[in-house]
Design a protein around this ligand. Structure first.
Ligand code: FVH
Length: 294
């Protein structure tokens, strides 16, 4: 296939992520039209062969596949709203982070103006785009996904989750929740070890090894949740962990480190034990995470 056979693509938004997306498309030989509110950010891409759009209307007109990667939902509407009549017949792939409700709203907006809509949750940082580690979760128009899958694979591995527009966003929220939980734990861990004068870089291999070993929790917990049975395979009971966790909080404060990140989990463990689930696994804490459990 020659470059002239490849699908033309437009990228709206050239922040860190939009730039990485456009770079990957150019590297794969796609004729790539770019637009950014602050125009000079397009210059490095233009030097690599991108076509600078004169304005949003020109950018949308250039390609049947329009990838949107802006700051947030408000900036997507700020960019597209004045050009609703231009999107007819196009596939709008919105990789801007947003809520499920925002994905549904944009899908309805696109449908009202004759465009197909795909919402995407990028599970990567910009430097990962185009690599095997990156993946993107998509939901929305099945035929837009099928038509453009080969192009989207240039950016990252693709996972299509179905036609409900908000489904990718829910998965994004769930995966990022896991990530931020890990970030919280890692920061807490480094805060404690720093009180001992141990350099973070010295400690990091131990922490990485321990977290890798504990990653097995994911599959075991998933099985318990799907079975609705938190007594399965319990090797460390909730009662034991609640006691150990209280000691961990004391030790943390003795080192002069705040427990404000960890203390909420301690309260949930205690509550679950008080509710009679001390002989079960920690996974049952999940039952206390709905908003009607205060
Ligand atoms: N970067 C990351 O690690 C994460 C990875 C996972 C997915 N996120 C989401 O991707 C969206 C874009 O993120 P980004 O990293 O490119 O963000 P910035 O570098 O801050 O660029 C923001 C772009 O949005 C433009 N913009 C902001 N407000 C408006 C507006 N009112 N009208 C038009 N464009 C707007 C901004 O333009 P400018 O400031 O350069 O003129 C940038 O192009 C985001 O949803 C992440 O959550 C990234």
């Amino acid at each position: 296939m020659t470059d002239s056979d490849r699908t033309p693509v437009t990228v709206l938004g050239l922040g860190a992520m939009g730039t990485a997306l456009a770079e990957a498309l150019l590297a794969a030989g796609h004729p790539t039209t770019v637009w950014n509110r602050t125009r000079h950010k397009a210059e490095p891409l233009v030097a690599r062969g991108a076509r600078p759009a004169t304005d949003v209307a020109d950018a949308i007109a250039a390609s049947r596949l329009v990838i949107v990667c802006l700051l947030d939902h408000a900036s997507v509407h700020a960019t597209l709203d004045g050009h609703a009549e231009r999107v007819r017949g196009r596939a709008l792939v919105n990789l801007t982070s947003g809520t499920p409700a925002q994905a549904e709203e944009l899908a309805a907006w696109a449908a009202a103006h004759g465009a197909d809509h795909l919402d995407g949750g990028i599970m990567a940082v910009p430097t990962m785009i185009g690599s095997r580690e990156a993946f993107v979760l998509y939901s929305g128009s099945r035929h837009a996904f099928q038509d453009h899958r080969a192009v989207l694979e240039v950016l990252a591995e693709t996972h299509y989750l179905g036609e409900e527009p908000g489904r990718a966003a829910v998965h994004d929220v769930a995966l990022l929740s896991g990530m931020y939980g890990m970030f919280m734990g890692v920061l807490q861990s480094f805060a404690v070890i720093r009180t001992e004068g141990v350099p973070a870089t010295t400690f990091a291999p131990l922490l990485g090894r321990w977290l890798s070993a504990m990653a097995g929790f994911v599959d075991g917990a998933a099985r318990q949740i799907d079975e609705g049975d938190y007594t399965l395979d319990v090797s460390s009971s909730l009662a034991m962990q609640a006691g150990a966790f209280a000691e961990l909080l004391h030790a943390t404060e003795e080192r002069g480190i705040s427990t404000r990140l960890l203390a909420p989990l301690g309260r949930l463990l205690d509550r679950r034990v008080a509710d009679g689930h001390g002989d079960e696994d920690i996974t049952g804490v999940l039952e206390l995470l709905t908003l009607d459990h205060r």
